[in-house]
Design a protein around this ligand. Structure first.
Ligand SMILES: [Zn+2]
Length: 452
């Protein structure tokens, strides 16, 4: 009898060692060798980037396979052995978790749990309850918190909008050294594949964005709308070091899946990525390090919004706001502290309606056209040149041009979250349809026989 198995895993890595996507890439090879059939690309699911205990990308993985019932024990043992070999158990914040979920489809309750883990903060006990309810199996190491991400990866079936990422890995002997990528070839690739790939190069600085920093085993990651295009893009990029292996993942990168739209500011909670509308209360203030802070309000509450220096154009736009502007802000919510209130760290801002910016000027002299001087409050105006006086003349209102458009502003690509939808993806969102993806034949590097 054939069984369907969803293998979720999370949190095997630490800032100094490993990468859960690499464990998934190794598993792809080992499970393929065992003879399982993959029913989907490996899913790379980014969870709420604002949960307090996660400082990195907060990505969880799910492998979805079909195999003979008699192979299940071998599959489970292969998974657990590999995770135990590759997890950084010594790091305090690393709490690996694995979930084995059986069945062709994933129940609505588990999909709802995934949505909460992407948009909000969920508890280990809720994950454990679902695991028991649906007869799944979970292995949690240390605190067991990794079960949350593992189950969420199972539950996020990416049936709505989704994207692809081809990740190529380095030889372990090269990890920790400078990545050798030909920047010119990345720009050529960007031009050849736009708009179907995204976040290859930072348009503001020209910096290559497909390579991460740090000691992890990822050489590069190319993001795009389908599996063919990321493979084509990968074939264009020239690397100055060997690629150990590569895999195409299906992901929620660049989909804004983390943002939950709220109808009133009073509903804003800490640690949640949100979208909310409000009216700017007054001109923004600039705080040290050139951050811009402003407040918005509606009938229910008032909240601060912060645009940090690296957000580029978004920060420049925020600086131009005035009281009365109507905006829709998107971003993660930082809890209030003693010195500052609840604050939205801006990822995006849509200017919905600009307020009129009015300035008041003294009138011109009707006799000689010189600008007149005020004789004091409600005392009228006097011309210094010809001596004409008038109590009837009033200040003139002038509507000033605004250096801001009723438009969408997004943080610069180099400071975007994995989940932030970039400009290039607008209009390319995929509809809710589980059948929209098909697996191409070459979705991972050829299996090297000599390793077995
Ligand atoms: Zn005059």
């Amino acid at each position: 009898m054939m069984v369907y198995l969803h293998i979720g895993m999370d949190d095997t890595d630490s800032p100094s060692k490993g990468c859960t996507t690499y464990v998934a890439a190794l598993l792809v090879e080992r499970l393929a060798k065992l003879g399982v059939e993959f029913t989907d690309y490996p899913n790379l699911v980014r969870l709420n980037p604002n949960v307090p205990w996660k400082t990195r990308g907060n990505g969880a993985l799910c492998l979805r396979v079909r195999c003979e019932n008699g192979m299940v024990e071998d599959v489970k043992e292969t998974v657990l052995t590999l995770i135990e070999e590759h997890s950084d158990f010594g790091y305090q914040g690393t709490d690996p978790g694995v979930v084995f979920f059986f069945g062709e489809t994933v129940p609505a309750e588990v999909r709802a749990f995934a949505r909460d883990a992407i948009q909000s903060v969920v508890k280990v006990k809720d994950a454990v309850r679902l695991v028991k309810e649906f007869g799944a199996e979970a292995v949690g190491y240390k605190s067991g918190r990794g079960i949350i991400g593992a189950l969420a990866a199972v539950g996020e079936t990416l049936e709505g909008d989704h994207t692809y990422e081809l990740i190529a890995y380095r030889l372990s002997t090269n990890c920790g050294t400078q990545r050798q990528i030909d920047a010119v070839s990345v720009k050529v690739m960007d031009e050849a594949t736009a708009p179907l790939t995204f976040n290859n190069v930072d348009p503001e600085t020209g910096r290559v964005l497909i390579t991460p920093r740090g000691p992890d085993p990822i050489l590069l990651g190319i993001r795009g709308e389908n599996s063919e295009i990321v493979k084509k893009a990968f074939d264009i990029v020239r690397t100055g070091e060997p690629v150990e292996r590569w895999v195409i993942f299906r992901t929620n990168h660049g989909t804004d899946a983390h943002l939950r739209r709220l109808t009133s500011i009073g509903d804003v909670q800490p640690y949640q990525p949100i979208i909310v509308r409000g009216t700017v209360t007054k001109e923004p203030r600039i705080i040290p390090l050139r951050h811009i802070i402003f407040s918005i309000e509606d009938d229910t509450a008032k909240i601060d919004c912060a645009a940090y220096e690296p957000t580029g154009d978004l920060r420049k736009a925020a600086k131009q706001l005035i009281g009365g502007d109507e905006v829709e802000v998107s971003g993660g919510v930082r809890p209030a502290s003693e010195t500052r209130p609840l604050t939205v760290n801006l990822e995006k801002m849509r200017v919905i309606k600009l307020a009129r910016k009015i300035s008041l000027h003294n009138p011109k002299c009707p006799k000689c056209s010189k600008t007149m001087s005020s004789m004091g409050r409600a005392q009228g105006f006097r011309c210094e040149k010809c001596g004409y006086k008038s109590k009837r003349l009033a200040k003139i209102q002038i509507t000033e041009a605004r250096d801001l458009n009723e438009a969408l502003y997004i943080t610069s690509p180099h400071s975007q979250r994995h989940l932030t939808k970039p400009f290039r993806r607008y209009g390319q969102e995929k509809p809710l349809d589980p059948a929209v993806f098909k697996m191409i034949r070459e979705w991972h590097s050829p299996i090297s026989v000599e390793k077995f």
